[in-house]
Design a protein around this ligand. Structure first.
Ligand SMILES: Nc1nc2c(c(=O)[nH]1)N[C@H]1C(S)=C(S)[C@@H](COP(=O)(O)OP(=O)(O)OC[C@H]3O[C@@H](n4cnc5c(=O)[nH]c(N)nc54)[C@H](O)[C@@H]3O)O[C@H]1N2
Ligand SMILES: Nc1nc2c(c(=O)[nH]1)N[C@H]1C(S)=C(S)[C@@H](COP(=O)(O)OP(=O)(O)OC[C@H]3O[C@@H](n4cnc5c(=O)[nH]c(N)nc54)[C@H](O)[C@@H]3O)O[C@H]1N2
Ligand SMILES: [Mo]
Length: 742
């Protein structure tokens, strides 16, 4: 149903020039050893070597670092999505491998919604539990009157799902709800965040001002006595400590509609009307995950929970709040009873960790202390960085700062299949297979299918799957048996499937045998489709079914968070002005939204035909309002330079009135392509927006990424447009001699 075109991007990429076919070592590293000329990472030729050589080198280097500095000197947090497939899931493989050799410094939380993961347990409950119990779409269809979508609900996002998507349901659910009379309001900078032809209403507030809008809604509900005080009394705690802030008694600023109108740059009358409308109908407040990826990204979530509590509809069918409807396929479509097995990762004896987006800080400042979630922790002194299944030169902010941080470790190792920027900026590159070149099992919690995916292409060159790569290194470290547990890849897949079958049987679901699935390719899991209203149990009996928050109630004020005494996260939802936003324009007057791409998954398959077809003169498109373009003499299709004090990249101009004036948008995912490789500050010729974004934590509490708080300017690019070289391989020496390896 509603298949995605993204997959067609694979066509032609398995064996094009960007494919990595042989193990590779950066020349200076090979000749002079770990730590040599690290400023040349990304700028030096690679030397092709045999598997035996590379396994020996990697094993010796890991052994050296463990003996000299301990396992915490290895960072293998290795964040990233790699590809679908339960067994060849790169994160499971790399973590299992390192746990077999004494552990590694890990990362916690995600780039997707770190702020929500950390703050929601204090105010509403475990974020993942809440997401898997979101109110189901058929209930929304039948009960919701007004669906207020902060950050919209773009269909482009629901093309994908962690673990794979067998049936795309989002469009159908949204259309059914619309047909049943649900009114949708899209709040945010881009009209296309709610499919235009389906849903008309758009409130184009300034980016990063949702908290002010939500506080003004709370203020209106309070002053006009439109809030449900019985709900507040029975189900929440701390309201009385929040009200003085809301009314301005504590800081002299009532959080009124007039106050928010100036911040959001949106008519006060419309804010008042929205608040009244929300109070007079069954309202679902939906929050996109993007709201968390900004400075103080916990505040919009906390403010929305506060408003939802004041409306008193939490736990009622079709009312309350939801997190990330539409952010992936089948959100709000959770099925019960199906849980699946995975490759066991083992136990990590190393206690060191970083919040995932603090990687550059960690590399630059070993030994420094950082705040996180009420504690104080120290950055370890990392000597080796090993990545498998993620692309830090895609996902991390402020790439110029990352380039500096990247010079610090003595050795950087990556398992990759294509020459993206992370591969090019490593010392040792181990060529891995793609999902089309190996057998696997694909299933995801939200999807009612099991797929047995079969190898359909011969591995390119000497590429090996991650399991084989780690097995080879483990063999040189006397840890092979521990790593494989005596099983081959095929035997592990059999084990994962049979274990899943057993788990399913316990909840009354009978899956076919492994032999059957192996032969037939897929089956539908007869899961129990259960319609849910989020927190209905809590509503029906808050004493028997308390929340997991410290008080068991919805915490409008959190004494625990207040006790941490953070300046950037108080004990209640608050408007805390971001360091960069349209209300305080100094040098760079445009707000850059770097959101998820429609043509690919993050950076994956950027070099494929689907992504490339949408580029403008081979550059990442940038959407600009015609008024902003006219002011800068920018025409449709011009190559432009996007810049701020942190960096600059090229992009191709696309003019549109579907974006708020003052806001520009570039999707993430274009492979980083520095004009002068290795030199921080050089222009990215292709259009990776993370050359512009800022690398600071969301707050002392949550320390998540803040990519969506970013001001820039744009100008027509005046020089000769340089060739785009992101998809070219680096210079490689010695591959000819190893031909017979591939
Ligand atoms: N500016 C900005 N930045 C952002 C965001 C944003 O909104 N704005 N969003 C953030 C978010 S939410 C996320 S989740 C991150 C995503 O960041 P990542 O998950 O790091 O991005 P991917 O491009 O999916 O990286 C996956 C990598 O795994 C590789 N790979 C694929 N299959 C295999 C395999 O079998 N084995 C191995 N070893 N490797 C494989 C791919 O080639 C690719 O390089 O980006 C974050 N960055
Ligand atoms: N096709 C495709 N789908 C994907 C992904 C992909 O790479 N490709 N990635 C997946 C992943 S890992 C994740 S985490 C999810 C992310 O899901 P989201 O975080 O929801 O996705 P985004 O596209 O980053 O953001 C959605 C919209 O939020 C709006 N927005 C940004 N800042 C603000 C703001 O301050 N206020 C308001 N009101 N709106 C704002 C932007 O206009 C943007 O288009 O998407 C998933 N789905
Ligand atoms: Mo994400």
């Amino acid at each position: 149903m509603d298949p995605s075109p993204i997959g067609d991007g694979m066509i032609g990429t398995l064996d094009d020039k960007s494919r990595i076919r042989l193990p590779m070592v950066r020349r200076s590293w090979l000749e002079d050893g770990p730590g040599s000329r690290t400023e040349l990472r990304g700028a030096e030729p690679f030397v092709a070597v045999t598997w035996d050589t590379v396994e020996t080198l990697v094993a010796a280097e890991l052994t050296r670092v463990i003996e000299a500095h301990g396992n915490s000197a290895i960072f293998a947090g290795s964040y990233g999505w790699s590809s679908a497939g339960r067994f060849h899931h790169a994160q499971s493989q790399i973590h299992r491998f390192f746990n077999c050799i004494g552990g590694y410094t890990r990362s916690v939380n995600t780039y997707s919604f770190a702020a929500a993961e950390v703050v929601l347990p204090y105010i509403l409950g475990n974020f993942f539990d809440l997401m898997t119990s979101m109110t189901s779409w058929p209930i929304i269809r039948d009960h919701t009157k007004l669906f207020v979508a902060f950050g919209g609900m773009p269909l482009r996002l629901s093309q994908i799902s962690a673990g794979g998507a067998g049936r795309h349901t989002q469009k159908h659910h949204m259309a059914s709800a619309r047909d049943a009379g649900v009114e949708f309001v899209n709040i945010g900078p881009m009209r296309s965040d709610l499919e235009e032809q389906l849903f008309g209403e758009w409130m184009p507030i300034r980016p990063n001002t949702d908290t002010a809008l939500l506080l003004a809604i709370a203020h209106t509900l309070y002053t006009e006595k439109l809030y449900d005080w019985k709900f507040i009394e029975r189900y929440t705690s701390g309201f009385e400590k929040f009200v003085p802030y809301l009314l301005g008694a504590s800081d002299g600023i009532p959080k009124s509609a007039a106050w928010a109108a100036a911040i959001c740059d949106f008519p006060a009358q419309d804010i008042l009307q929205l608040a009244r409308r929300m109070a007079s109908s069954r309202t679902m407040i939906s929050l996109s995950w993007s709201l968390t990826r900004q400075e103080c990204g916990e505040q919009p979530y906390w403010a929305a929970v506060t408003v939802a509590a004041m409306l008193g509809q939490i736990g009622l069918p079709g009312g309350g709040v939801g997190f990330g409807y539409g952010a992936e396929n089948a959100m709000g479509d959770e099925r019960s009873g199906v849980s699946t097995a995975a490759l066991p990762q083992g136990r990590n004896p190393v206690s060191d960790f970083i919040p995932v987006a603090r990687i550059a800080d960690m590399l630059l400042n070993p030994g420094d202390w950082f705040d996180y979630n009420g504690g104080s922790y120290q950055y370890p002194d990392v000597r080796v960085v090993y990545w498998a299944g993620g692309n830090p030169f895609h996902h991390h902010q402020d790439l110029n700062n990352l380039l500096l941080a990247w010079r610090k470790p003595e050795t950087i190792i990556v398992n990759e299949w294509c020459w993206n920027a992370t591969a090019k900026h490593s010392d040792i590159v181990l060529p891995c297979t793609t999902a089309l070149e190996r057998d696997d099992l694909v299933f995801s919690r939200r999807d009612p299918f099991v797929f047995r995916t079969k190898q359909i292409a011969k591995p390119a060159g000497a590429a090996r799957d991650d399991f084989e790569i780690f097995r080879g290194i483990a063999r040189h470290m006397n840890a092979e048996n521990e790593f494989t547990d005596g099983r081959t890849a095929g035997e592990w897949q059999h084990w994962i499937y049979e274990t899943t079958r057993e788990i399913s049987r316990e909840v009354g679901i009978e899956l076919p045998t492994f032999e059957w699935i192996d032969q037939h390719g897929w089956c539908e899991i007869p899961g129990v489709e259960e319609l849910k209203s989020m927190l209905a149990d809590f509503r029906s009996d808050p004493v028997r079914n308390p929340l997991t928050t410290p008080t068991g109630r919805i915490e409008i004020f959190s004494d625990v968070i207040a006790s941490y005494d953070y300046q950037n996260c108080l004990g209640h939802a608050a408007w805390l002005e971001p360091s960069e936003w349209l209300g305080k324009v100094e040098t760079f007057p445009l707000h850059l939204i770097s959101n998820q791409p429609s043509t690919k998954l993050h950076s994956q398959l950027d070099h494929g035909q689907v992504s490339r077809a949408k580029k403008v003169h081979e550059r990442e498109p940038i959407t600009i309002h015609p008024a902003d373009a006219a002011e800068r003499n920018i025409g449709e299709g011009d190559v432009v330079r996007v810049f701020n004090s942190r960096g600059a990249c090229l992009a191709g101009a696309v003019l549109s009135t579907a974006i708020r004036p003052g806001v520009v948008q570039m999707s993430t995912g274009s492979w980083f392509d520095p004009e002068e490789p290795g030199r921080p500050g050089s222009l990215c010729k292709h259009g990776n927006p993370n050359i512009l974004t800022k690398d600071v934590g969301t707050s002392s509490l949550t320390q998540g990424p803040t990519a969506l708080t970013c001001l820039v300017d744009v100008e027509v690019y005046r020089g000769n447009v340089p060739d785009m070289t992101a998809f070219d391989p680096p210079e490689i020496v010695g591959a000819d001699a190893l031909q017979d390896l591939s």
